[in-house]
Design a protein around this ligand. Sequence first.
Ligand code: SF4
Length: 223
Amino acid sequence: MSSAAVPSTEVFAPPPRDCDGCPRLVEFRQRHRAAFTDWHNAPVPSFGPLEARLLIVGLAPGLRGANRTGRPFTGDYAGDLLYSTLLTFGLAEGVYRADPNDSLTLKDARIANAVRCVPPENKPLPAEFTTCRPFLRSEIAAMTNLRVFVALGKGAHDQTLRTLGVKSLARYPFIHGRLHELPDGRVLADSYHCSRYNTNTGRLTEAMFHDVFRAVADRLRQA
Ligand code: SF4
């Protein structure tokens, strides 16, 4: 990563549009900038207020979703399920139209990705997680009201724990629906990723996803 891109641990600064931390992702980004000039094709900024008590962590932007539209989970199937669920549980308001210019806003919730640039085949490399981690770390540090994390998938679960400095990931195994009590008093809720693949294969149903967010909303009410 260029030194200019390294965020402060006290003040959250999102990555610059031309962050050069991950050569493979920069090359992928440049290729798509050339091919799809009207796409976002840059690090995708998080969505929702920094004052939120809930942070939903995804793995990385989807190629034709967030990487195209510039808003997390916007424009692909995963966003349809995620945002309808957030609306159901009072964590969003407005209308979701798969467009960053729709009227959707998040309430007491924010969405971030562990890796901010779209990776080939939705698979960031370990070095890319490490290089991008300071952005998530500084974002979490800036969210002073943060009480609950939701990890969408095992990759996001592991990266959230690593970002929080948890040494033994084995103490907190990824289990769909599990709410882990973290040493710092916060909670990490696990969910299978709300991808079309997971719902088509039956690994995740809308009811299962709603159960996770019902438990999260209950926990936020108690916090
Ligand atoms: S993934 Fe993160 S560190 Fe890597 S180039 Fe994108 S913004 Fe920079």
